[in-house]
Design a protein around this ligand. Structure first.
Ligand SMILES: Nc1ncnc2c1ncn2[C@@H]1O[C@H](COP(=O)(O)OP(=O)(O)OP(=O)(O)O)[C@@H](O)[C@H]1O
Ligand SMILES: NCC(=O)N[C@@H]1O[C@H](COP(=O)([O-])[O-])[C@@H](O)[C@H]1O
Ligand SMILES: [Mg+2]
Length: 389
């Protein structure tokens, strides 16, 4: 493969659609290979825009605005980084010969819970929670009583737990309905899911470079209000559970096709593994790989996009703890003690230009050669001392 000596007009160009903390790391990894990078998002100074060669701020739900930047920049690869993107623009770009990662159809399927759930459960026969789709409050009541309580209610299009809630009885349904409607994304249709009382949940990072499929060590994680707060790698699993998890990850990623990394989210109860959802891009819980692997999930994504070999070493166990803002601010700063910077830790501050309570602003990554538990303990301690204002 021919790598660019800085910014030649005929060399590889990557355009990110969505420019948050995950995209920022993708851009850095691409730039390490001399690749020209363009970061697009719906607000100025998004994390990846801070490090890209060029950036655009557009309405990401607007088909023409997306197509305009694509036609103007003619990227070699278009990497969706968020779910809220005008999907017609991606189909159109693909028709015009642009390369969407992993492909527009996979992005379309995964951005909508109805599409991906039906594809996984119905077309591929993967085990999932019981589920129903509803568009009215009456239908929600019916579906919830059929599925039983507690049940989980989510807009068909949303991420990081926005608009999601658990209804424990009929009395909670009205609150769940209101919460889902307020969510960004498409809340016109909701999914009602059986609540799985899993022992633990994992992300199986699955990398496809067009030749091989490679799995990273499983990542365990804890979610609060539908959003990740802690993750660790490796998650200690039975052989059977690992094998089933990899089988499910292989089936769903083969089904979606294309090149890149995928975050396959799975619930594990005993030796039963349930498919939950999949992101066709790096995963927030996978930030831990920046400290555990010689090539992080972001580096692997770039390699996979380019069709390069997916080889790396795992150094040992690690963990991540997300820092979420406790204050609303137009000029956020984060106070971090000097003692947070140790030989076994890495701190990443995303540089988001605005904070609101609950917005993920930074992450602490920790390493322990042998124990994910010890690494997690350290990550929690570090994050516990952060303050924002
Ligand atoms: N059916 C379920 N049973 C039990 N817990 C669930 C269920 N569905 C979701 N959860 C919990 O809520 C979390 C978030 O759900 P989900 O991944 O569907 O939301 P999301 O908004 O797409 O999140 P993200 O975009 O961060 O991946 C899950 O990781 C899990 O902890
Ligand atoms: N679970 C998906 C996820 O973690 N996505 C990451 O969060 C950013 C949005 O953050 P914001 O909501 O703070 O703007 C996205 O751009 C992506 O990097
Ligand atoms: Mg999820």
């Amino acid at each position: 493969m021919k790598f660019p000596a800085p910014l030649k007009s005929d060399s590889i160009k990557i355009m990110l659609l969505g420019s948050g903390e995950l995209g920022k790391e993708v851009i850095i990894e691409a730039q390490r290979l001399g690749i020209e990078t363009i970061a697009v998002d719906s607000y100025n100074n998004a994390p990846a825009q801070l490090v890209a060669n060029k950036s655009y701020t557009i309405n990401m739900k607007n088909k023409n605005e997306i197509l305009d930047v694509i036609r103007r920049e003619k990227p070699t690869f278009i990497l969706p980084e968020v779910e809220a993107i005008n999907i017609q623009a991606l189909f159109e770009a693909e028709k015009e010969g642009f390369h969407v990662i992993p492909n527009a159809d996979a992005v379309n399927k995964t951005m909508n819970r109805k599409n991906i759930r039906e594809f996984a459960a119905f077309n591929l026969g993967l085990p999932t929670s019981k589920y129903e789709f509803v568009t009215t409050f009456e239908a929600l009541q019916k579906a919830a009583s059929k599925i039983g309580f507690p049940c989980v209610i989510k807009p068909v299009m949303s991420s990081s737990g926005h608009g999601q809630s658990v209804a424990r009885s009929v009395d909670d349904l009205e609150k769940s309905w209101e919460l889902a409607k307020e969510a960004r994304g498409d809340a016109s249709e909701l999914i009602v899911e059986e609540f799985i009382t899993f022992d633990y949940e994992i992300t199986m990072l699955t990398v496809r470079n067009g030749v091989d499929t490679v799995f990273c060590e499983p990542i365990g994680h804890i979610q609060k209000d539908g959003d990740y707060i802690f993750s660790w790698q490796p998650m200690n699993m039975s052989e059977v559970a690992i094998k089933k998890s990899q089988e499910i990850a292989k089936k769903i990623t083969d089904g979606l096709g294309g090149r890149g990394i995928f975050g396959v989210e799975l619930f594990v109860k005993g030796d039963h593994v349930y498919f939950s959802e999949v992101s066709p891009r790096p995963h927030d819980t996978g930030m831990v790989t920046m400290i555990t692997q010689s090539a992080s999930e972001f580096a692997l994504h770039v390699r996979a996009v380019l069709g390069l070999p997916i080889e790396y070493v795992t150094y040992g166990a690690g963990a991540s703890a997300a820092y979420k803002a406790k204050e609303d601010s137009f000029n956020p700063t984060i106070d971090i003690y000097d003692s947070s910077f140790t030989k076994d830790s890495i701190i990443r501050v995303f540089g988001k230009p605005q904070s609101h309570v609950g917005r993920r602003m930074a992450v602490a990554l920790t390493f322990d050669k042998d124990s994910s538990d010890k690494a997690l303990q350290k990550a929690k301690e570090i994050i516990g001392n952060f303050k924002d204002n």
